[in-house]
Design a protein around this ligand. Structure first.
Ligand code: PEP
Ligand code: MG
Length: 885
């Protein structure tokens, strides 16, 4: 006969903590606690296999009945009380418990087994009729709502439960404020009213028979796996529906038993800071549900120390034992019944990024974990919290809207609508949030001074997202219900109007936007953080570089541990106001000599930039990508801009307008960009190469060690790379030869088009390295515009049509399959081909793991993600080791 039930309690258990898949997290840990000799009320867990069967057939397996009866008998022996006995009844709780923690998403029923007869038995044996009827009214209302389906009544109670309304009416009738002041008679009257309400609303009587109550509750808890909030939670956290929930039936202990009774929850360390010492709260004379539901304001855990020092000491000792045993900070639920401590649940505690780091490092110091264990306890995604300020959860102002969490961190500022305004206001000392429908490269100077950036359009790799992440500016993109009225300098969300100068707060880690000012918790890179990163670097195999376009970004990234630059986007240097004119002159030039004249102006500026970047990265490799975006991105768009450019260039506005329109492309992302520009206008890459080579020479003369790597973007045929490589080398070698200097440099390519992956072997013939540009590769593999995906992708994600945004998490099945082909083909032709990634995925933990597994040499990501990538690389190495890879 299949085994559906695992018992625990009285110092023994059928199950173990590593059986969470079968027993749910709660059931498995209760079993473990029982085996450890921790005082847990006895009970049994019905396995998740039953959940799967229930899901399929809508019923419970026949064999379960006998097993439940036997287990109840056993509980009776362990507690000295029998279930359903009118003299001294055993009461039980029926709780859900999935393999993955889903706090509050499913249902729980307490005090089950009470009826008009057993309540009297409970009153007699405890000598406390008030307590007995308090349990009874709680049970009837819970049962009515959860098992019998009594709904909240919007018409009469504003969403309040009818039982709460009856309770409130009783309090009013008796002119008391607190339910604890209701006596047994009042509570008994409430029970009767509750039962009438159930009959009236469901046309079924409340079941008096305890066994019928139990089966009703077991089925209801299994059913709650399918309730809408559990469904939404599973989707949000990628939890597989087929896992199912377990159901735990456990003897009740009573925190509402009398003045020496309480229920509480506590963390074994402070979950916000990681500081050692119990951190929690409790309610005297209350059941656990009251603490969670926030019926009354709980008291700090110290109140237990003051009133019952011995019980408190016992709790501290048990918490330490559990922490040591599970080698992690625990979140426990306990009940004290008339001075006797019972543990009801333990699980690994949710914590802030700061606490995560501190707890892991402290536990190594305490000998509970080793360095590898500490790394395994780090969620790389949460590290961002350590490096960016966050919003104090207690100070969240009115929510305004939500977009994509494009660049983490929290920011507060006055709303401005143009880069110029941002600069002007920032200059006079105002913190500003730059709000745009979408940003363009020309907004960079405004983005630089803004505290945060908010756009109505875009996606996770659109311009605003990529640039903000690079600068470490909090940014929310694709806030699609935001209507930006640039002309009137205001935006609206529904009926709310936000004008220039109004203060908003945004959270780039969650995508939330608030009206008004929140309190921020500043970033703190603690000593523990540095210690942890030291361990991380010993473990990882992947190198971690950064995407940086300016010396300042390069220095930030180096401070975060970057081991080189994997992508320097040269075009980002072209937008400074004093440069854009020369760039426009180059684009609008009628012929090659005209272009060369303009490029000659650009060359010294680029040379200075590269020199500063080489200095910042002294001794580390620097990959500089030659010009990539379509030329029209640099051109003036509005009539005013055209007129001013024409004036600057000494041309007529209609001439400039004609040139601009002749450069217009229907689909610029797939048009005349990347190396295709250089195929048409060789002088652009020649000038950039000269600037790099001359900067390298100057750096060498200044005693700086340089390792230049020149990268050609958007290659799709081997012939493009072969030709461009030859031109680059010719210029570079000539500069070196003229100076009589020898210097090693590399020439490689981005692999960001599907075709480049498929002909990777032939491209590798001309490349010293491949750097996968997974932003464009995702765009082209999916046929999904980077800049427009924000309009509809969120619906795909919210509706569960797609698990992950492929611009955020590398799509292993599609994009990943092509990357693998590219790597295999490239290395088949050149065994030592250096391989990296510089798309935004290079800083995303699961994508970093993919790169580790595929044998990449490095990942490259924005400066603030460097520590995240380092941790992700170490975790991937540890997981690989564990799998024997
Ligand atoms: C890419 O396409 O992945 C990339 C890094 O280049 P960009 O984002 O500049 O197009
Ligand atoms: Mg690209």
């Amino acid at each position: 006969m299949p085994r559906y039930i695992y018992k625990f309690g009285a110092g023994q258990a059928d199950g173990r903590s590593d059986q969470a898949l079968l027993l749910g997290g709660k059931g498995a840990n209760l079993a473990e606690m029982a085996s450890l000799g921790v005082t847990v009320p006895p009970g049994f867990t019905i396995t998740t296999e039953v959940s799967a069967q229930f899901d399929e057939s809508g019923g419970l397996p026949e064999a379960l009945r006998g097993q439940v009866t036997a287990a109840l008998e056993w509980m009776g022996e362990a507690t000295g009380r029998r279930f359903g006995n009118a003299e001294d009844p055993l009461l039980v709780s029926v709780r859900s418990g999935a393999p993955v923690s889903m706090p509050g998403m499913m249902d729980t029923i307490l005090d089950l087994g009470l009826n008009d007869a057993t309540v009297e038995g409970l009153a007699r044996t405890t000598g406390d009729p008030r307590f007995a009827y308090d349990c009874y009214r709680r049970f009837v209302s819970m049962y009515g709502e959860i098992v019998m389906g009594v709904k909240t009544d919007d018409e009469h109670g504003g969403g309040e439960s009818p039982f709460d309304r009856l309770l409130a009416a009783k309090l009013a009738e008796l002119k008391v404020d607190d339910e604890r002041e209701l006596d047994a008679a009042a509570l008994r009257a409430l029970v009767t009213q509750f039962k009438i309400e159930i009959l009236r609303r469901t046309s079924r009587p409340f079941p008096e028979e305890p066994t019928a109550q139990l089966w009703g509750a077991i089925e209801a808890v299994f059913r709650s796996w399918e309730n809408p909030r559990a469904e939404v939670y599973r989707r949000m956290h990628g939890i597989d529906r087929s896992l199912g929930t377990a159901v735990t039936v456990q003897a009740m202990v009573f925190g509402n038993r009398g003045p020496d009774s309480c229920s509480g929850v506590c963390f074994t360390r402070n979950p916000a800071t990681g500081e050692p010492g119990l951190f929690g709260e409790l309610l005297w004379r209350a059941q656990g549900e009251d603490v969670v539901a926030g019926v009354r304001t709980p008291e700090p855990i110290e109140s237990l120390r003051n009133r019952m020092p011995q019980v408190y000491a016992e709790l501290v000792e048990l918490c330490q034992r559990l922490e040591q045993h599970f080698a992690d900070m625990q979140d426990v639920e306990f009940t004290v019944e008339e001075g006797h401590l019972w543990m009801l649940q333990t699980r690994s505690g949710k914590r802030s990024g700061k606490a995560m780091v501190r707890v892991a490092v402290d536990m190594v110091g305490e000998g509970v974990l080793d360095a590898h264990g500490a790394i395994e306890r780090i969620d790389p995604d949460k590290l961002g919290e350590v490096m960016h300020s966050t919003i104090d959860p207690d100070s969240r102002p009115q929510a305004l809207t939500k977009g994509l969490p494009a660049s983490p961190g929290a920011a507060i500022g006055r709303v401005v609508f143009s880069a110029e305004q941002a600069e002007e206001w920032a200059k006079r000392g105002d913190a500003v949030i730059l709000v745009r429908t979408e940003t363009s490269p020309e907004d960079i100077h405004g983005m630089k001074v803004a505290s945060g950036i908010l756009t109505a359009r875009g996606g996770m790799t659109s311009h605003a997202a990529v640039v903000a992440r690079g600068m470490g500016r909090p940014c929310v993109t694709a806030a699609t219900d935001l209507r930006v009225d640039h002309a009137r300098e205001r935006f609206t969300v529904g009926k709310v109007v936000v004008a220039k100068g109004d203060v908003i707060t945004l959270d780039g880690s969650t995508g939330e936007v608030f009206l008004g000012r929140a309190t921020l918790v500043p970033a703190s890179m603690s000593e523990e953080f540095q210690t942890l990163m030291g361990w991380v670097d010993e473990v990882r195999r992947l190198r971690v570089r950064t995407n940086a376009d300016t010396p300042a970004d390069a220095r930030t990234a180096r401070a975060f541990g970057a081991e080189g630059i994997g992508l320097c986007r040269t075009e980002h240097m072209f937008f400074a106001p004093e440069r854009i004119l020369a760039v426009r002159e180059m684009i609008l030039a009628a012929d090659e000599p005209g272009r060369r004249a303009a490029l000659a102006k650009i060359l010294p500026m680029q040379r200075d930039d590269f020199l500063e970047i080489f200095r910042a990265m002294d001794g580390l490799p620097v990959t500089i990508r030659l010009l990539d975006p379509p030329l029209h991105e640099f051109l003036p768009a509005t009539p005013q801009d055209i007129a001013s450019v024409a004036a600057d260039l000494g041309k007529r506005p209609d001439e400039v307008a004609a040139a601009v329109s002749s450069l217009h492309e229907q689909n610029p992302m797939l048009g005349h960009r990347g190396c295709r520009l250089a195929m048409s206008y060789p002088e652009i890459y020649e000038t950039q190469t000269r600037a790099i080579a001359e900067a390298a020479l100057l750096a060498l003369q200044a005693g700086v060690a340089v390792e230049p790597e020149i990268m050609i973007p958007f290659v799709s045929t081997p012939s493009e790379l072969s030709l461009l490589r030859e031109r680059v080398c010719r210029v570079f070698d000539k500069v070196l030869a003229d100076a009589g200097v020898e210097l090693e440099y590399l020439v490689g390519t981005m692999i960001e088009l599907p075709r480049a992956c498929l002909v990777g072997d032939r491209i590798a013939e001309h490349a010293d390295f491949f750097s996968f540009g997974t932003n464009d590769l995702t765009q082209t593999v999916w046929g999904l515009s980077r800049d427009d995906s924000g309009r509809f992708l969120p619906t795909y994600l919210d509706s569960g049509w797609l698990d992950r945004d492929p611009f955020v998490v590398l799509d292993r099945a599609g994009v990943g399959a092509l990357v693998r082909i590219g790597v295999e083909k490239g290395r088949a032709r050149k065994t030592k081909l250096k391989i990296g990634i510089c798309g935004e995925h290079g800083g995303e933990p699961s994508s970093v793991e993919f790169c580790h597994v595929e044998g990449f040499d490095y990942v490259s990501c924005s400066p603030f993600r460097v520590p995240i990538a380092r941790v992700a690389a170490a975790r991937a190495a540890l997981r690989g080791e564990a799998r024997g890879k």
